[in-house]
Design a protein around this ligand. Structure first.
Ligand code: G6P
Length: 612
């Protein structure tokens, strides 16, 4: 979603901010802007389109655009179409205060009406400009920038990650957060604010995570934080551990391709120090204090959005079949609004790559408020879901930049497999059975590497189907979520319509779509329901649909049934999705490349969805 970066210190802030904005582009955006404070004025440059368009616009400004205090923003439109005027930063009425904002001001219309009555005029259609004007009014009353921000925030409903600059106080940045992530970067004689550590990691690794409801005043030499009611808060400076190289492309054409190829390593990282192969068991430090609750859980509920929800669906199969714990999976956006009956005795797993997804965070709070134990399965260290959970497991996939999630998904599945094995053992699974599963888990990184070694057949498929309008993906059991995820990947980056379906459900509707032009991707490993899926394949063939099978290496029967076969190694049934999704990630990637779409930053999508 929107990206934020701000700087105060001795250096020219403009290149620092523009570089930071480029690093934030992956979050999803449609316009970008920058504000600097210099010689008693705020100057704003902003533009619809890419950060590079903004860079070019500023570049033509003869190098006069420079300052030691400034802030930049990449916008993902919520109120008002993505054009130059609606792009952030926005001014207050007197152009003495400027703000950038991530989130939604829900009661902006009421505030706008009041301000209009008082003589304000607005140039944009955004909720953010209304907030800027409100802060301007509050400044007139309080004569203090941070007090003006606090007073204004007390009047609004909604969410924000907010950065404010003013000519009145040109020695500081004021920032505030509620529902949208914001961190302070602590440098040496300079300080930063950003929505994401990747924007500032080149300059400092020391960060402070703001909590919801906190306001920060940042100067060149330090910072102080307080609540909206002006009660001082204490912060701990933490260290960001990822490397700059992890957020760069490293020779690959796209981040998505790099991240697909990182999976042998990231799956290994998810298991490192946790999987005890010889003991046939698993140790997860972040869950040890809630083991009793987990083992005795009445049921487990998994909530998540998007790809993470698909991981949850696979987790349901694992947890019910292997650990024998009743498990439900629900979209976080639905869970939070249906007044769910949860309470003590229920354990909720929140799965989220970013750890910031607004609906997932809201589901966490809803369940926590009702007494359930809430546990995170999260990638981004220090993110909101990680911090607000009662415990959890980091998936350790490293920064995922491509908007379409790949390595985070397989790491989530790996962590779910670890949790399952740990709970199964705690509930009485024998050591010998545990060893069988643990040994198999241990082989997965090398099996994934084998799939990635040769991608020629997938590339040929991509050429064959690049102009196709519709795709159907089928799978059964724990491979039904793989079908959903394969279809989602294709939709996200190639804009081809694709649907995932449980193979047997096809005949209740989607079969009407099948003709000689319709590719049907079927995930058909040699497991207990192989023959059933083969029957579904025959139903497609009888209607001249074109079968693309994802099948095991040693399946000699499939060639006679499928027009195309992509081979994957065999594994234990419930671990299959970790392997079977890999060729589907590659297929969507290569089709998108064939079609020339923007693979890493697909239209309309955002990496981290911090609005509901
Ligand atoms: C967005 C992203 C998806 C992601 C979903 C959930 O829609 O584009 O790739 O699966 O959010 O995100 P999370 O960070 O909670 O896993």
């Amino acid at each position: 979603m929107c990206g934020i970066v701000g700087y105060i210190g001795p250096r020219n802030c403009v290149p620092i901010i523009l570089e930071g904005l480029k690093r934030l582009e992956y979050r999803g955006y449609d316009s970008a802007g920058i504000a600097i404070v210099n010689n008693g004025r705020i100057t704003i440059e902003k533009r619809a389109g890419k950060v590079i368009d903004l860079v070019n616009k500023i570049g033509s400004n003869n190098g006069k655009f420079a300052a030691t205090l400034g802030m930049g923003h990449t916008r993902w439109a919520t109120h008002g179409e993505p054009n130059d005027v609606n792009a952030h930063p926005h001014f207050d009425l007197d152009k003495e205060i400027s703000i950038i904002h991530n989130g939604i001001i829900e009661n902006y219309q009421a505030i706008k009406t009041k301000l209009l009555r008082e003589g304000h005029t607005f140039v944009s259609a955004t909720d953010t400009e209304v907030l800027a004007h409100l802060i301007g009014e509050m400044y007139k009353k309080t004569g203090s920038l941070s007090a003006a921000v606090r007073y204004a925030l007390a009047e609004i409903e909604g969410t924000y990650g907010l950065v404010v600059l003013s000519t009145h106080e040109p020695d500081k940045i004021v920032a505030a957060r509620k529902g949208s992530p914001l961190i302070l970067g602590i440098g040496d004689g300079e300080n930063f604010v950003a929505s994401d550590a990747s924007a500032i990691i080149e300059h400092t690794r020391q960060v402070v995570y703001l909590e919801d409801g906190e306001v920060a005043e940042i100067t060149t030499s330090g910072f102080r934080t307080m609540t909206i009611d002006d009660v001082a808060t204490q912060k701990v400076i933490q260290e960001v551990t990822f490397e700059l190289s992890q957020i760069e492309r490293g020779g690959y054409d796209h981040f998505m391709l790099k991240e697909i190829h990182e999976q042998p390593e990231t799956i290994r990282n998810a298991m490192r120090g946790r999987l005890m192969v010889e003991e046939g068991d698993v140790k997860l430090g972040g869950l040890s204090h809630v083991m009793d609750k987990l083992v005795n859980a009445r049921r487990i509920i998994i909530t998540a959005c998007g790809t993470s929800w698909h991981a949850g669906l696979v987790g349901e199969y694992m947890l019910e079949q292997i650990a024998k714990i009743p498990t439900e999976v629900e979209y976080a956006s639905e869970f939070r609004y249906r007044n769910p009956i949860v309470g003590e005795g229920d354990v909720l797993f929140l799965i989220s790559q970013s750890g910031e997804t607004a609906d997932t965070l809201a589901a966490l709070r809803e369940a926590k408020g009702k007494g359930a134990t809430v546990l995170g399965i999260v990638n981004v260290v220090g993110s909101s879901i990680a911090r607000e959970s009662d415990g959890g497991v980091y998936v350790h996939a490293g920064p995922e930049i491509g908007v379409a999630s790949t390595k985070a998904f397989t790491s989530q599945l790996t962590v779910l497999a670890l949790i399952t094995l740990m709970l199964a053992r705690a509930k009485g699974m024998s050591k010998a059975d545990g060893q069988v599963l643990a040994r198999e888990l241990d082989t997965l990184p090398s099996k994934v590497a084998r799939i990635l070694e040769d991608t020629t057949s997938v590339r040929a498929l991509a050429r064959e189907f690049k102009n196709t309008k519709n795709f159907l993906y089928l799978g059964r059991g724990s491979n039904f979520p793989v079908a959903l995820e394969g279809a989602l990947k294709l939709k996200e980056i190639s804009y081809i319509h694709a649907e995932g379906y449980p193979a047997a459900e096809m005949k209740h509707g989607p079969i009407a779509l099948i003709d000689e032009n319709m590719p049907v991707v079927v995930v058909v490993p040699r497991d207990g329901i192989y023959d059933k899926v083969v029957s579904n394949i025959q139903e497609v063939r009888a209607r001249r649909g074109r079968i693309v099978a994802v099948a095991n290496e040693d399946d000699n029967d499939i060639d006679s049934m499928a027009e195309f076969v992509i081979r994957v190694p065999r594994t234990y049934g419930f671990f299959g999705p970790i392997l079977n999704i890999i060729p589907l990630q590659l297929l969507s990637y290569y089709i998108a490349v064939e079609r020339g779409t923007n693979v890493d930053q697909p239209r309309n999508l955002a990496k981290s969805v911090t609005v509901e």
